[in-house]
Ligand binder design. Structure first.
Ligand SMILES: NC(=O)c1ccc[n+]([C@@H]2O[C@H](COP(=O)([O-])OP(=O)(O)OC[C@H]3O[C@@H](n4cnc5c(N)ncnc54)[C@H](O)[C@@H]3O)[C@@H](O)[C@H]2O)c1
Length: 277
């Protein structure tokens, strides 16, 4: 029997990138997918977010993999909307087994330069959005006595990160939130863990704003020109990981084999972890 047969998985930020990759892998494992995304741009974020067509493409690919999929356009900042999304999962499928709080954004600026709007958007999406997701998803899991909760932080949540103070603060917060949920649900059949990717090859890093941050000395830098700059961020000299590298960690934490793994952070960092205490 496929590993996730009979399981229902809710994934935020599922229209593209890592969220889509996790949705497809879980679908290939037999899970039913609830794919959530805001599908609209957000003020202060210097690159386009996903579109309705992207979310529809995720649904098409999940169904092509042989699983059921419902899509919901909702912003994780909307706590009522997040509760409604979970209620729909329970109404349609009777349960919710796996929750991946993946939706997130990035912008940048030194702490002395960040605007109020940049700060609030970052905390609202990358921290409060995760809180809204977990607060909505955990109760039915506690009731059914089973759940796998996986939050997506970042290596930026494991060390100070110049130009990303607000992002780093939000991602450290996600780790604290997840560890606390792990303790509060321990003994209920639930695990709660965090994955911390380094740089992953998605639209979040492949855009002109990010390229210019890493190559300020080049006019309109290209992907090829920034690859060596990104590679300089980690000991393996890998410019970026693939989404599949993160998906492998997510699948493990969602699996039965990880039933006694809770409250941990799993880092996909191309060696940066070796530098941390
Ligand atoms: N790409 C990287 O290098 C990297 C590294 C470490 C951590 N991360 C984290 O991984 C997660 C996924 O990012 P990605 O790399 O796939 O980027 P991405 O931009 O390709 O995907 C993010 C998705 O989240 C959606 N989204 C953003 N804000 C939302 C909101 N408020 N409500 C609902 N949906 C929202 C976007 O529309 C998009 O589809 C994020 O939390 C990000 O911070 C990314």
């Amino acid at each position: 029997m496929p590993q996730f047969e009979g399981k229902v998985a809710l994934i935020t930020g599922a229209a593209r990138g890592q969220g889509r990759a996790h949705a497809l892998a879980l679908a290939e494992g037999g899970a039913t997918i609830i794919a959530l995304d805001c599908c609209s741009d957000v003020e202060t974020i210097p690159y386009p977010l996903a579109r309705t067509e992207d979310l529809n493409e995720t649904k098409f690919l999940v169904e092509e993999a042989g699983s059921r999929c419902i899509t919901i356009e909702v912003d994780t900042r909307d706590s009522t909307g997040m509760r409604a999304a979970v209620s729909r999962s329970i109404a349609e499928f009777g349960r919710l087994d796996i929750c991946i709080a993946n939706a997130g954004v990035v912008s940048f600026g030194k702490i002395t330069d960040l605007t109020d709007a940049q700060w609030s958007t970052m905390i609202d999406i990358n921290l409060t959005g995760v809180f809204n997701t977990l607060r909505a998803a955990a109760p039915p899991m506690i009731e059914q006595g089973f759940g796998r909760i996986i939050t997506v932080a970042s290596m930026g949540g494991r060390a100070g990160t110049p130009n990303l103070g607000h992002y780093s603060a939000a991602k450290w917060g996600v780790i604290g939130l997840t560890k606390t949920l792990a303790l509060e649900t321990a003994g209920s059949g639930i695990t709660a863990n965090t994955v911390c990717p380094g740089t992953v090859s998605t639209d979040m890093v492949h855009n002109q704003a990010m390229y210019s941050l890493f190559a300020p000395d080049i006019d309109n830098p290209t992907k090829e020109q920034v690859a060596s700059r990104y590679a300089g961020l980690n000991p393996m000299r890998a410019p970026w990981s693939d989404t599949s590298d993160v998906t492998a960690a997510v699948l493990y934490l969602a699996s039965d084999q990880a039933r006694h793994v809770s409250g941990t952070t799993l880092e996909i960092s191309a060696g940066v972890s070796a530098r941390l205490p």
